[in-house]
Design a protein around this ligand. Structure first.
Ligand SMILES: C[S@@+](CC[C@H](N)C(=O)[O-])C[C@H]1O[C@@H](n2cnc3c(N)ncnc32)[C@H](O)[C@@H]1O
Length: 218
């Protein structure tokens, strides 16, 4: 499922990408404000799917002190990120990895893995389950995985039944799998996380979304 979606991100232009963030109400970076207490002291933070750098900018704006390792596989976006964050890439505060983040490998364990703005939904149920486990194995003892997804799919999403969401645009279609809450808790248990904290919130455009904080220890 995730591999089929690559064309969508190759073809979306930057203005449209940013317009989506505004439409959803994530351009205000409210999600980062909500999770910041959980992530601010991380030494190593991994971001899965950096997009146009919304999250990296938010971290820099908040004077995040840790090291950021960001994965992005679309070369057009990687080039944009290299341009935007040239200074931080040079100082090695940010490491940009142009690669598929599924089953990623990093030399050190991460304190935080961020998987925001619905990116998690782009994996099939099996991929979601296995990737949560892989991430848990790559986290430090006190590490956390943060997943951010919608509660209701409105505006740009169309429900296609069987928990599959299809978003159709003029430049491509994106498919996603919306796990039920009990499935998410099951992924966590299977992976070895001991707790999942849930934070429901409203975006600036009044969309209902939620943040799951998967914790390796209490
Ligand atoms: C919805 S955007 C989220 C961007 C960013 N995380 C944010 O919150 O603003 C998802 C991003 O993940 C990237 N992506 C999706 N699957 C990927 C994969 N398997 N490996 C690397 N990047 C991926 C897409 O190219 C896209 O830029």
């Amino acid at each position: 499922m995730n591999d089929k979606n690559i064309e969508f991100y190759k073809k979306i232009n930057l203005d449209k990408f940013k317009e989506f963030a505004r439409l959803i109400g994530l351009d205000t970076k409210i999600d980062i404000d909500l999770i910041y207490p959980y992530i601010q002291s991380a030494k190593i933070l991994v971001e899965l799917g950096a997009g146009y750098g919304r999250v990296i900018s938010a971290l820099l704006e908040r004077n995040f002190q840790g090291q950021v390792i960001a994965f992005e596989r679309v070369s057009e976006l990687v080039n944009y990120l290299k341009d935007q964050f040239s200074h931080e890439l040079l100082s090695k505060k940010i490491t940009l990895i142009e690669a598929d983040f599924k089953n990623f490998s990093i030399t050190q364990q991460a304190d935080v893995v961020l998987w925001l703005w619905s990116g998690f939904l782009e994996l099939s149920e099996k991929e979601q389950r296995e990737n949560v486990k892989h991430i848990c194995n790559n986290l430090t003892e006190n590490g956390v995985l943060v997943i951010e997804i919608p509660i209701e799919v409105k505006h740009i999403g169309e429900q296609a039944g069987n928990q599959i969401i299809r978003v159709e645009t003029e430049w491509g279609t994106i498919e996603a799998y919306m796990p039920r809450y009990d499935e998410l808790l099951d992924y966590a248990k299977y992976a070895g996380f001991v707790e999942v904290e849930r934070k429901d919130y409203l975006t600036a455009t009044s969309l209902k979304r939620t943040i799951y904080i998967f914790k390796k220890c209490l």
